[in-house]
Design a protein. Sequence first.
Length: 382
Amino acid sequence: MKRFSQILYSVLFLYFILSCGSKIQENEISDSVLQNSYASGFQIFKGNGYWVLEVSQAFPGEHQPYRYLVLESPDEPIPDGTFDATITLPVEKVVLTSTTHIPHLDLLDCTDRLVGFPNLDLISSAPTRERINKNLVKDLGAGAQSNIELMIDLEADWVMISTLGEDLKNLDLLKSAGIAAVINGEYVEQHPLGRAEWIKFTGVLLGKYEEAKAEFETIEANYSEALRLVSNVSTEQKPTVMAGVMYKDVWYVPGSDSWGAQLLNAAGGAYIFEEQKGIGSAQLDYEYVLDKAQNADFWLGASDFVTLEAMKRADRRYADFEAFQRGNVYSYTSKKGETGGIEYFELGYMRPDLILKDIVKILHPALLPEYSLYFYSKLNEK
């Protein structure tokens, strides 16, 4: 009887331990979700000694979530579950594949961890360029054609991939080489602050979540401040705004649900092409654009033209628009790094507050009398 009691006690004790362990694990994942305010493409779960990142929108369309485990130290036990990559902190070497990820490192004081990037000339960041000039960052080639062998040879703690290009095909190669490859789907987000909030994703991967959260909250506060400035602008006070340029006789404009159009509307503008629904670019013919936008007050996003004269030389029909005739044409491509990288394309996702203030300054200058444009610049005649 005593023997039976010991066995029964052992079984019950084992059941208690296992059931408690299961509940702890479940609670660590399900009850410790760190909620995002705007981003919908990823979630962060905080466990005991580890983090789990889940990317549900790595690219447009439905797909199985990607899950990444981040251990806070090499001694942490690995929790149950299936993960596409495991990263152990601290992290010393990282590879990025999109310029939009560069500001994450700068803001989190981790620029010195970048060891590889495809096409270094695209990078505008001053601290990163300093590191490049010291030959501390390996050039991996151009975009989707980046040299996967060089990437593997760098033995980075993780590689961040953007699915905007063709880098997705490298996932299996990196995984088979033992390199943790994580997907950043920031561009799928259409709320401007949703894209900026992906710095929290990178923060976890660098062991700097709290710092990332603080940086995002500062940007969010600046963005909200700009929104308050235009909160009393009536419909009648909103200037009409056209956008885009022609390419091979097709006029490309942002869809009205897109990131760029949302910023324009948030800044108190009336977007001429509001009926062009969608998050991508709408393709229009010149006659339609002329009919809709000939009398628009402003023209924002005039490609990489630097003067009105250059625009007119490229296509004389640009001069048919009143915004052109009045000199109210603005470009966001004039601010460049030392090797020609356009800063807007690098920093814009992370700093929608600066873009918003730029547009407010252009459309409603009296609301920001002391502010100087950061990304945008007005095209001169010559």
